[in-house]
Design a protein around this ligand. Structure first.
Ligand code: TNX
Length: 651
């Protein structure tokens, strides 16, 4: 059955009618109900969010101020069977704050190969309203354009909301947009009295780049599964679709490998600063992968080779060039360790580890690191990488590596992750000419471990200070001389964690810069506009506050007026997973709230007064903790430059 809801007589043509969806005559009860809703709308203030206030900026936005929709307790979600998980996710997002039951049901007549359709409307069983149109021809609704694998169309009319997509991923991104169009209090985990108005009109949207990611270094400091799941939530919110996990480094080996058990057992119990470290069992890792998949995020595991391997050498001295175990390392220097490239046993190790990690990983990528192997001569390094690339191919995966891989021979499909600070890089451009594609992570724009300002209590500054504008102001399509936009697979924002030890600190470095990089990855070049971005971003402060997300209240962003600007302890509210909530609360509690970043915390605005986290405010972080990176700048080696020849110094 294909129908549209009733069009109230007093409004103009329903935008949904223009989609070529057959209509039916509304029943009297339906008209009465619609009129009551409408009367309420006339008395109500306009939607607090504008249709275009979305991050990343959508490709096409057509507001219709006469078509606002208000979500009420009698609403239901209906969805094509293949989109059921996405509909459940939407209902789960909306239920805590609204307190509405929001039942999810299959939409009738939606089996088969057509586009996926998700609607939110008055429950047809109660109100006699029919689901919004289902037999929608996607090319027709997008004006001939293709939505592709990740695009969606969102229509908001007075009677309901409809999202159309070709895939569950597209539907999921439509849901993330819808989430941002509701008042900020929707992020509350407890019921809030609020008018749940969504601005009327249509959005048609799809990504600029296929690869949009962030990296979490779980090796320098270990982060438990719950923290990683919460980071997945943050990625999904901004339509990022890859989570790169830096699983191994000098300070710790974080993934269990059955054929080399000491890697995690011995190599996993250290971290920067002497903490207990930790590692993921196979089941832990599978849990991360599964949770990520449900949020349309692909996990990219990195086993860093041949350098950054001190923890592996501690566990298996046979891999060390001198066959002698180095002491465990909990400092922050780089470039001193490497597995013995001259020993065949090393290649057994590489094959076994990559084989096991590949078997645990459903995604297509295996990242082999390759950075800062300063002690391996260039020709030996090249030979090692070419062999490692073949071992990746043997697992059926596609190799990714830092751009230091460039001089090695091309391998089918290989992807280089560029972390330079200067777009003149002939070696990388040459690798691209030989077939490589690039993920761009320019360290002076996209490195989320850089400080925002000189006062930022954690982070590095070797690639410069990165405030929100700097994170935003570059074009991935034209960043490297001699590399055409077609060779750019996408963007990634890495978070190294030498100085980042808790979930709250992770979030503080991610927000608000992660959304900036997300917009570069998703939005069309033509949408790039700092003035507009900072305005749109400002509306997210209250959302993060309501969700208990710690963030840096950057003075570059015109956050909405606050009720309080007093320094206050970080309030990190429960996350979607109970375990994540517990962990978030613990890590937040450990952070005293003083220091320069605790000032001027955005919390609420009049329209968002119902947010239950008015004070204490969300976005504060400690300057009083002895954060190593804040004081370690002088001793810090410059990545990309040979480190002083200190080799594996004592702990
Ligand atoms: C460079 S970028 C590194 C990491 C450090 C980071 C700190 C890259 C591939 N390697 O080992 O953690 O700088 O900013």
């Amino acid at each position: 059955m294909t129908t549209t809801p009733a069009t109230p007589p007093e409004t103009g043509p329903d935008p949904l009618d223009e989609l070529g969806v057959p209509t039916r005559r509304p029943a009297a009860a339906e008209l009465a109900r619609s009129a009551a809703h409408r009367a309420g709308d006339l008395l109500a203030p306009p939607a607090p969010v504008r249709l275009g206030d979305v991050v990343p900026a959508p490709e096409f936005v057509a507001p219709d101020p006469a078509a606002d929709f208000t979500l009420t307790a009698d609403a239901a979600v209906r969805v094509s069977p293949a989109g059921r998980d996405v509909a459940e996710e939407l209902a789960a997002l909306l239920r805590p704050a609204t307190g509405f039951p929001l039942p999810v049901a299959d939409a009738a007549g939606t089996e088969g190969d057509g586009p996926l359709v998700l609607t939110v409307a008055t429950d047809p069983l109660e109100a006699g309203a029919a689901p919004l149109g289902q037999d929608v021809d996607v090319p027709a609704v997008t004006g001939g354009g293709e939505l592709g694998d990740e695009g969606y169309r969102l229509d908001v009319a007075p009677h309901g909301i409809r999202i159309v997509a070709a895939t569950p991923a597209g539907l999921f991104y439509g849901v993330q947009t819808l989430r941002q169009l509701l008042p900020p209090a929707v992020e509350s985990r407890t019921p809030v009295t609020e008018r749940w108005t969504v601005p009327g009109g249509s959005i048609v949207d799809r990504p600029r780049f296929a690869y949009r990611g962030a990296m979490l270094d779980v090796a320098r400091h270990f982060f438990p599964v719950a923290d990683v799941l919460r980071v997945v939530d943050h990625l999904a919110r901004y339509k990022l679709n890859h989570l790169h996990l830096h699983l191994t480094d000098d300070q710790g080996w974080r993934i269990a490998v059955d054929s080399w058990p000491r890697l995690a057992e011995v190599g996993g119990v250290t971290e920067v600063g002497g903490g207990p470290g930790g590692s993921y069992s196979g089941e832990d890792y599978r849990r991360i992968v599964r949770y990520a998949a449900r949020h349309h995020v692909t996990v990219v595991p990195e086993i860093d080779l041949p350098g950054h391997t001190n923890a592996a050498l501690v566990a298996y001295p046979e891999l060390a060039p001198g066959k002698v175990a180095p002491p465990p390392y909990t400092g922050t220097e780089v470039g001193f360790s490497y597995v013995d490239p001259a020993d065949e046993r090393t290649y057994d190790f590489v094959a076994d580890v990559l084989g096991e990690v590949a078997a645990l990983t459903p995604g297509p990528w295996l990242h082999i690191g390759g950075d800062e192997a300063f002690k391996v001569p260039a020709d030996v390094y090249r030979g090692f990488i070419e062999r490692a690339q073949r071992l990746v191919a043997a697992t059926g995966k596609t190799v990714v590596g830092w751009h230091q891989l460039a001089p090695a021979a091309h391998a089918d499909g290989r992807v280089l992750q560029w972390w330079g600070t200067n777009g003149e890089d002939p070696e990388t451009a040459d690798a691209v000419r030989r077939g490589a594609r690039l993920i761009l992570s320019p360290a002076n724009h996209a490195y989320l471990d850089m400080k925002y300002t000189p006062d930022t209590p954690i982070g590095h500054d070797w690639a410069g200070l990165i405030d929100v504008r700097r994170a935003y102001d570059w074009d991935p399509g034209a960043h490297i001389a001699g590399v055409p936009a077609e060779a750019v697979l996408g963007v990634e924002a890495p978070l190294w964690t030498e100085s980042v030890a808790t979930l709250a600190e992770v979030e503080f470095m991610l927000f608000p810069r992660l959304p900036a990089v997300a917009e570069l990855g998703w939005s069309p070049r033509s949408a790039h506009d700092w003035a507009g971005f900072r305005e749109r971003l400002a509306g997210h402060g209250p959302r993060w506050a309501a969700a208990g997300i710690t963030f840096h209240p950057s003075p570059e962003v015109p956050w909405p007026p606050t009720e309080t600007t007093a320094a206050a302890p970080a309030a990190v509210a429960p996350a979607s997973e109970p375990a994540a909530a517990a962990s978030a609360t613990e890590s937040a509690a450990a952070i005293p709230a003083t220091g320069p970043t605790a000032a001027a915390v955005p919390v609420t605005e009049p329209a968002a007064a119902a947010i239950p986290v008015t004070k204490p405010a969300a976005a504060v972080i400690a300057a009083t903790e002895p954060l190593m990176a804040a004081s370690a700048a002088a001793a810090e080696p410059i990545p990309g430059q040979p480190a002083p020849d200190t080799t594996a110094e004592p702990v």
